[in-house]
Design a binder for this molecule. Structure first.
Ligand code: FE
Length: 203
């Protein structure tokens, strides 16, 4: 089978996916709209959602309290939730504590607010080593956590998903929420990096 748009062989996985889709449609088990709906849902799973949550928590103390009490509800206030977002716990970083998340069994993240996990997050090496030697692994990822800061690693389950609430960086006191959002990345929501005020694109 050849891909008509790119004139190249279609990958085995794509052939299987297409065959499965056709079989399900033939049997009337799914509709074309079903696939489209899921594609839209996937497109909405981006870390910018988590960034909005963090920026609001940084600029609205009442919201921050609600986020720490029940992150799924607080995410819902901003319109984020649904599949794999039913139970979310927000982990607050402090001056003395850096939180890091992992799914040691597979690859779970809070999809609606972090997006799908990066490849390295799913790797056996990250999953096995971050729980045993987090400081070393973070350092290898380019994130040196000072010795005096404790690192806590949280293992995700199928039911409970996490997001890290990073510390608001010094020097951003007069920033708007919109500007703050731009320094919150997927890595900072996982806890393998901290927001860098110098990374914000000035526009
Ligand atoms: Fe998982």
């Amino acid at each position: 089978m050849t891909d008509p748009h790119h004139n190249m062989p279609v990958a085995d996985a794509e052939v299987r996916a297409r065959a499965l889709r056709e079989a399900l449609e033939d049997k009337g088990l799914i509709s074309a709209e079903f696939i489209e709906k899921w594609k839209d849902t996937f497109d909405g799973w981006v870390p910018e959602n988590g960034a909005k949550i963090v920026a609001k928590a940084w600029t609205d103390p009442d919201y921050k309290e609600r986020l720490l009490n029940d992150a799924a509800s607080a995410a819902g206030e901003l319109g984020f939730g649904g599949v794999e977002g039913g139970f979310i716990t927000a982990l607050e970083n402090t001056k003395d504590l850096q939180n890091v998340i992992v799914c040691s069994l597979c690859s779970c993240t809070a999809w609606p607010i972090l997006g799908l996990p990066p490849e390295w997050y799913k790797s056996f090496e990250y999953r096995s080593r971050i729980v045993r030697e987090p400081r070393q692994v973070l350092s290898e990822l380019g994130f040196d956590v000072p010795q005096e800061i404790k690192i806590r690693v949280w293992d995700t389950t199928a039911e409970t998903r996490y997001m890290v609430l990073p510390l608001r960086p010094e020097g951003t006191e007069d920033w708007t929420a919109e500007r703050l959002e731009r320094i919150v990345t997927k890595e900072t929501l996982i806890g393998t990096a901290n927001p860098d005020p110098n990374s914000a694109i000035v526009s």
